[in-house]
Design a protein around this ligand. Sequence first.
Ligand SMILES: Nc1ncnc2c1ncn2[C@@H]1O[C@H](COP(=O)(O)OP(=O)(O)O)[C@@H](O)[C@H]1O
Ligand SMILES: [Mg+2]
Length: 290
Amino acid sequence: MKLTVSNLSKQFKNKSAVDGLSIELKEGVYGLLGANGVGKTTFIQMLCGILSPTEGEIRFNEKNIMDLGEAYRDILGYVPQDFGYFPEFTAEKFMLYIAAVKGLPAHYAKESVQKLLGKVNLQKASDKKIKTFSGGMKKRLGIAQALLNDPKVLILDEPTAGLDPKERAYFRGMISDLSKDRIVILSTHIVSDVEYIADEIIFMKDGKIESRGSVRALIQTLTGKVWEGNVAEKDVGKYSEKYSVVNSHFSDKRTYIRLIADKKPSIDFKEAEPTLEDVYINIFRTKEAE
Ligand SMILES: Nc1ncnc2c1ncn2[C@@H]1O[C@H](COP(=O)(O)OP(=O)(O)O)[C@@H](O)[C@H]1O
Ligand SMILES: [Mg+2]
C-alpha cells in the first residue's frame, strides 16, 4: 500500500499554501509537524480529496485519487481540524448517521458503532447528547466516526488541540493501537504529541517538506551541535545574533541559553543531548522571530 504525492501545489489567490510538495508514504504512523500556517490543513484536505490541487497529483497504489473517487473514500478515514458535531444527537445516533452517510449496511453499522464507541472509551456515553461532552470526548467521537469504514488511510488534523495532558496521553495510546496495517497521518504543531508514536516525522515549512525521518535520525543531525550555558545578561544579544537559540531564560543573575552551533561557542557552554524539540525550533526559528 502506498500513497504517492507528486509536485503538489495549492494556490489561494496570491498565497501559495502548498508549494511543489512530493512524498511517498507506506504503512506506518507519520507525524506531520509544522508551525501554524505552514500548509498542513491544505495538504491534508488535498490528501482527502476534498480540495483540488492547483498542480500535481496524489495516487493511491498508482491510481489517481480523483479517478478512484468513491473507491478512495471507502478506504479513507478523516478527522478534520474543526469537526462539525450535532449537539442534540447522542453519540450513538451521530455514529449511525455517519455510517448511513458512508453507505454502510444497517445491520453492520449497529454492531460496529458499539464496538468503536468502546474502542474510544465512550461506551458509557453512547446515549448522552454530544452537547454535554468535554473537548476530549468530542475528539474521541471524531476518531470513532473516522474508523467506521475500517480505513486503510487514516488522517487526523490537529487531533490533540484542546486536550488536557491526561487526554493527550490516552490519545497517544489509542493511535498506537490503530496503526497496524494502515497509513496514519496526524498533523500537529506540538512535538510531544508525535515524538513517541510516529514511525516517521515529516517537517513541513512554507508549503514544502523541510525534512523527514525517524525521530532518532532527526535528532542525530544535531549531535555535537547543541550547547547550553549560563551567560551574563549583556552577552545574550551577542549569542542570539550569531546562533540559533532554542531556549533561554533568566535565572540567578545569569541567563541560561540553549543554542545550536557547529563548535563550542565559548568557555561558558557545555554540550547537551539534542531533542526533537531542538530540531523543531531550529527549523521554525526564523518564523517565530518574525
Ligand atoms: N481558503 C483559503 N483562502 C485563502 N488562504 C488560505 C485558505 N486556506 C488556507 N489559507 C492560507 O494558506 C496558508 C496555510 O494554511 P493552512 O493549510 O490552514 O496551514 P496550517 O494547517 O499548517 O496551519 C495560510 O497562510 C492560510 O492563511
Ligand atoms: Mg491546520
